[in-house]
Structure formats: C-alpha cells, structure tokens
Design a protein around this ligand. Structure first.
Ligand code: TTP
Length: 258
C-alpha cells in the first residue's frame, strides 16, 4: 500500500468508527443476554454483536518456564473466583474488565463499513457493569478488600477516561427478570463453574441492577453514564422460542435507538 492509500483507508475507517452507535445489554446472570444479542444480530443488518468473552476467563493462558523450555497451560479463572472469591475476585474483575475494554475497542466488522445506515455495535455487558454490578458487589461482600477496591477504581476511572469517546455508549438495554427466573435459567444451562450459586447472590446482583438502572441511586463516577438512556425490557417471559414476543421486543429496541 502506498501511504496515501493507507491514509484514505484509515481516515474513512475512522470516520465510520466515529459514527458507530454503541449499546450494551445488561441484566442478571443467565437472564438471556446472549440469546437476546443473537436475536438483535439476526434482525438488523447494521447491527453487530460482540460476544462476551466468558471463554477467555475459563482459559487464561499461562507460559511457565521449565528446565527444558517454555510450557503453555491454561487456568479457569471463573472457576477459581467462585471457588475462592476472597483470593480471586480482584484478579477476576481486573481480567474481565480488560477483556471487556478490548471488546469495546474492537473495530467495526468489514461488512458494516459499507452500510448506508449508522452501524450499531452491541455488547453483552460493559465496563460499567463490571464496576457497578460485580466489583462493587464483591467489595460489599468483603471479597474485594478496601485497598483492592481503591486500586480497581483508580485504574478503571483512568482507562475509561483515557479511551473516552471510543467506548462511549449510546444507551443501555436492561433485560429485567426476577432472581427466581434467572436461577431457573441458570440451573437449566448447567455451566459447571456456577453450580454453587445461591438465590441470595442473584438477589444481590438484581438489586445492584435495579439501583443502577431503575432507581438511579448508584453513585457513578462518570457524568455521561448517569445521563444514558435506558430501555427496560421485560425478560420474565420466555422469549427464546416465542416469535411474537421476540417481534415486540425488537420493535421496542428499534424505536428506542432510531
Ligand atoms: P454474565 O455476564 O451474566 O453472562 P451470562 O452468560 O450469565 O449471560 P446470559 O445468560 O444472560 O447470556 O456472567 C457470566 C459469568 O461470569 C457469571 O458466572 C457471572 C460471572 N461474572 C462475574 O463474576 N463478574 C463479572 O464482572 C462478570 C461480567 C461476570
């Protein structure tokens, strides 16, 4: 490539990137964020879903030096966190937030660079739920100590402010269901690491979502976050196999972001 071709490509790409709308889907564990994200992906050609990097947390690559050379192995940080939350919650939240940051910064898929409408990138969760739902909850449960919490908040604020408009959300979709319903769905999907999760943990996370997105009582550090529009969708109904419910939900989303 000549430098002028590269420049033209980069600037057209950057222009498109500036136009992207970014939306995050929030909601309790197992409420159905991935299912709903797939639904959005199939419903609009300008929509691109960036999947949550759970598998990365289940396979953290490590390189260890042995006498006969480097050896690659992997550890399951999600399992370690549930098994010994006091030891691993801070590490887990650091890693999950970093992988989340990477997904927010992911460039637009090539097919959307040509689209005539405004492209929408959809994330399952955000750097904000990492902090104001999970890390805060773990701090309140005593699984993240006050020093770790201060360190977490310091680098989190710094990174979010540094990346500024490149990760700024247009709005939030809150999939809202009772903790009992989420417990049932969690049992049905049977993710091995989540076997020990009790209803009261989901109740705490539910209240954190309610405080942040409905009651607006969570003290947030970022001014723009407090002003973000929130679309609340009833996820109590089983939307996975009901085409009518899916249509209603999609219409609400399209109206909200049009
Ligand atoms: P979720 O982000 O809730 O993903 P999910 O697969 O449950 O979503 P859905 O079923 O709605 O599609 O959580 C994935 C797992 O990671 C879950 O066990 C909770 C855990 N987790 C944390 O402990 N801390 C975090 O900050 C995040 C994002 C997840």
């Amino acid at each position: 490539f000549s430098s002028s071709v590269l420049y033209r490509f980069a600037s057209s790409h950057m222009n498109r990137s500036n136009e992207i709308k970014r939306v995050s889907i929030e909601g309790n564990i197992a409420v159905g964020k991935s299912t709903f994200a797939k639904l959005l992906q199939s419903a609009g050609q300008d929509w691109e879903v960036i999947a949550e990097p759970v598998s990365k947390w289940q396979n953290v690559d490590q390189t260890t030096r042995t006498a006969d050379g480097a050896q690659q192995s992997s550890s399951n940080l999600l399992e370690m966190m549930y098994h010994d939350p006091k030891r691993w919650s801070y590490t887990f939240q650091t890693f999950s937030c970093m992988s989340r940051m990477r997904t927010h910064l992911q460039p637009l898929a090539a097919r959307l660079l040509q689209s005539t409408g405004t492209p929408v990138q959809v994330y399952e969760r955000s750097v904000y739920s990492d902090r104001y739902i999970f890390a805060l909850n773990m701090f309140e449960l005593g699984c993240i100590n006050s020093t770790e919490w201060a360190v977490y908040q310091d680098w989190h604020s710094f990174l979010v402010e540094q990346f500024g408009h490149r990760i700024q959300l247009e709005g939030i979709i809150y999939l809202r269901a009772s903790p009992q319903t989420c417990m049932e769905r969690l049992g049905r999907r049977g993710r091995m690491e989540e076997e020990g999760i009790q209803l009261d943990y989901l109740e705490k996370l539910h209240m954190k979502h309610e405080d942040w997105l409905i009651n607006k009582s969570t003290k947030v550090h970022f001014e723009h976050l407090a002003k973000l529009p929130v679309l609340v969708l009833d996820a109590e109904v089983e939307f996975e196999k009901d085409a009518k419910v899916q249509d209603d939900l999609l219409t609400k989303v399209k109206d909200f972001f049009s």
